[in-house]
Design a binder for this molecule. Structure first.
Ligand SMILES: *Cc1c(COP(=O)(O)O)cnc(C)c1O
Length: 397
């Protein structure tokens, strides 16, 4: 296949909403991808923090194949076996109460917003509740999720958005407090901001927001779509802060490539929010997607993925810190576990990402000036060394 022709024909039929890199990816093995021309890429993007287990995990693939032969879809009018297994495992690792499966992260956010509004409605009967979201956040592209996404550039052309949203500065507790009114029903934030530029919440901030929420019976929604599923060195990043959300959203690595998300409620919210008739989805929680989620949790346990992240992440941090010390255009490293960002000043980050690709390395950008690394969680120290080698070639180009 001629990749140039293939790209042209894709552009002919696929709506142009992405400026894609000139690469046609075809297959993956471990932490490497191969394009249609046979060129190999070390993947430190993982399909945007999705492919936690790496490519071609045989046990994962076999579980999906077996589920295809059993049944792919049933609908939510009936029970199915993988649904129970996936929900039980997600509830257990999070210590939370009830799960609703969706098809994407965006839809998980929509569900979280609806659950929060319903909880508040049942309490006081009002229909003018407000949500406090963060500047530089990212929660998705549907109108509800976009409305709590603190990026005017993404929002502008699509107004009017959902009402009742106020924005505060991430990691600025006083600023959050200033936005609170007697109508505030929820605070939504990413435990580690991803698209905005890899900003971990400070412990004082997250603990302060939690205390504020408890005091005012405001629900805390933590978006763990990117930072969850082991990436930061615990199943969910909030588990390292001693702060439990009332509602959590998951997606990305939850299905390791099968499109699936979830919003998860604690007991308080599960018992006093959404009931039959309030929310639904045709595909969400279908046996195929849930078989993926269920197998992902099994493999995380078998392969000790979260322990592995805790072991390899300090090495990644050390090697990245060496780069920051060595190159003037890198001003600092930020991140948690295998979710790391290098702040690039003086060179356009997009150019570095493109150069890395030429040298067989997939990395991402985030925010205006951050080079983002969200590799598969199964990377070895050797993979880190190879990533650094290729990245330095890109820097020198
Ligand atoms: C990717 C992402 C979303 C949106 O998820 P989709 O599956 O793309 O709809 C929401 N929140 C965060 C933090 C994300 O990283």
């Amino acid at each position: 296949m001629d990749s140039k022709v293939y790209m042209e024909e894709t552009e002919q039929y696929v709506l142009h909403t992405y400026n894609r890199f000139p690469v046609v990816l075809e297959k993956g093995e471990g932490v490497y991808l191969t394009d249609v021309d046979g060129k190999e890429y070390l993947d430190f993007g993982a399909g945007i923090a999705v492919f936690a287990l790496g490519y071609g995990n045989q046990a994962y693939n076999d579980a999906l194949k077996a589920q295809i032969d059993r049944i792919i879809h049933t609908s939510n009018l009936y029970y199915n076996v993988p649904l129970k297994e996936a929900a039980e495992k997600l509830a257990k690792v999070s210590g939370m109460d009830k799960v609703f499966f969706t098809n994407s992260g965006t839809e998980a956010i929509e569900g979280a917003i609806k659950a929060a509004r319903k909880y508040a409605y049942l309490k006081d009967g009002r229909t003018d509740h407000e949500i406090i979201a963060m500047n530089h956040s990212f929660h998705g592209r549907s109108i509800g999720a976009l409305s709590v996404t603190g990026n005017p550039h993404y929002q502008e052309a699509f107004r009017p958005l959902m009402g009742g949203v106020k924005f505060a500065d991430f990691n600025d507790l006083e600023n959050v407090k200033e936005q609170v009114t007697d109508r505030t029903c929820a605070v939504i934030l990413e435990t580690v901001q991803g698209e905005g530029g890899i900003y971990p919440a400070t412990p004082e901030f997250l603990q302060g927001v939690k205390a504020l929420c408890e005091e005012r019976d405001i629900l805390l929604i933590l978006d763990e779509i990117q930072c969850g599923m082991g990436r930061t060195g615990s199943y969910f990043a909030w588990q390292q802060y001693g702060v439990e959300p009332d509602i959590m959203t998951c997606a990305k690595a939850l299905g390791c490539g099968v499109p699936v998300g979830a919003f998860v409620l604690n007991e308080k919210v599960a018992n006093a929010s959404l009931v039959p008739g309030d929310h639904g989805t045709t595909y969400g929680g279908n046996p195929f997607a849930c078989a993926a989620v269920s197998k992902v949790f099994d493999l995380f346990e078998e392969l000790h993925v979260v322990d592995h992240v805790r072991e390899v992440a300090p090495y990644l941090e050390q090697r990245l810190d060496e780069l920051v010390a060595k190159y003037d255009f890198l001003s600092l490293r930020r991140g948690m576990g295998l979710m790391q960002g290098l702040v690039v000043t003086g060179r356009p980050v997009g150019e570095l990402v493109a150069k890395a690709l030429e040298h067989g390395l997939i990395v991402l950008s985030a925010g205006a000036d951050v080079l983002r690394l969200v590799p598969p969680l199964v990377i070895t120290k050797g993979d880190v060394d190879e990533m650094i080698r290729r990245l330095e070639l890109a820097f020198q180009a």
